[in-house]
Write a protein that binds this ligand. Structure first.
Ligand code: ZN
Length: 353
């Protein structure tokens, strides 16, 4: 007597599920479709709700004006170092020295400009842009076939000062080194890109919850999908060993950022994924874009909205859980629990969470 086919099928499903968890999510749960409808109605009725909607929509305008591909290409991969403060362990500025501390500290004594000065940082006291080489060109020349930056692999012609510039202020990604001092200009820029796009994903997703407008969810999903391409490799410790910091609390551990702030990464991106899930599940334009990029850069199966959801869950949300267990996400009191709870709610997998 043969085993009934349906039993074999069930056994096969158990084996597949055992090897790789399959997405069990069926809809947005933190802000449901009904809650989105309520929010839209509140915006029509109440001034406070309209102000909240307008503030978020205005913050995301700059991201809405970028193409999907421009957003995708903005995010640097693991080997591009990341530093939150330029000069955490070195005094002042290579140009104006200790006068640097006369610059206003809000939000930082260093300034960056994604549009006009890619891959640079400005001292807000002496108004000097650093580094003195064309790091944007160096960065482009160091990208591999997957669009990932390979440290040390760039074209050395871009490690010379641009004409008339100071030959000491050269950065190859590991910082400008003068004597015992190190200034992490390119790494600071890379940190700011990640920081800005994590906030962008959260804001775009929030804009969707307050408008029901799937265009916001689409842009958030483009960012989340690309982040999930890169996130499994993300590890802060090699950057810490170069002398960098980004809220590791001195432990050297972390992923995109140090282990303390990385709990915010997990909180924001887990919520963003859940917020946009309903729109993402029906986003044919996202599938077309993501599949096109996957064809060029080998970023895995992006052949359906379900495949992209599975990718984000497997390569980002479950990576947050791994990081919370191995100490690469380790915040102050309550931050870990908040991050774990949001990752679990976003995964919404009955047997796992
Ligand atoms: Zn300066």
């Amino acid at each position: 007597m043969g085993v009934p086919v349906k039993h074999l099928l069930a056994a096969a499903i158990v084996i597949v599920v055992g090897v790789m968890p399959v997405s069990a999510k069926t809809g947005s749960v933190i802000v449901t479709a009904q809650m989105r409808n309520n929010a839209v109605r509140n915006v029509e009725r109440y001034e406070w709700a309209k102000q909240r909607r307008d503030a978020v929509v205005s913050r995301v305008q700059r991201w809405m004006e970028m193409s999907d591909e421009e957003l995708w290409r903005m995010l640097p991969s693991q080997e591009m170092p990341r530093d939150s403060s330029v000069n955490f362990r070195s005094p002042g500025c290579p140009n104006c020295g200790m006068d640097h501390y006369k610059a206003p500290y809000n939000p930082s004594r260093w300034h960056w400009d994604f549009d006009e000065h890619p891959w640079q940082a400005l001292c807000r006291n002496c108004n000097q842009w650093f580094p003195s080489n064309d790091f944007a060109a160096y960065y482009q020349s160091a990208l591999d076939e997957q669009g990932k930056f390979r440290l040390g692999a760039g074209d050395p012609q871009y490690l010379k000062p641009i004409e008339g510039a100071n030959p000491e202020w050269i950065d190859d990604g590991t910082g400008v080194k003068i004597g015992d001092g190190k200034w992490f200009f390119a790494a600071h820029y890379a940190f700011q890109v990640w920081h800005a796009l994590i906030d962008a994903a959260e804001d775009l997703a929030t804009a969707y919850t307050l408008t029901n407008d799937a265009r916001y969810a689409h842009k958030a999903a483009v960012i989340l999908d690309r982040m999930a391409d890169l996130y499994p490799e993300m590890d802060y410790s090699p950057h810490y060993r170069l002398g960098m910091e980004a809220s590791t609390g001195g432990s050297g551990k972390g992923r995109v950022q140090g282990c303390i702030w990385e709990t915010f990464t997990a909180q924001k991106l887990s919520s963003a994924y859940d917020f946009v899930y309903d729109a993402m599940a029906e986003d044919a334009e996202l599938v077309a874009f993501s599949q096109g990029m996957a064809g060029q850069y080998g970023t895995g199966d992006k052949s359906s909205a379900a495949a992209i959801a599975e990718h984000i869950e497997q390569h980002m949300l479950r990576e947050f859980v791994i990081g919370l267990k191995d100490g690469r996400l380790a915040g102050n009191a309550g931050m870990d629990q908040h991050a774990m709870a949001l990752a679990a709610i976003a995964l919404d997998h009955p047997s796992e969470t």
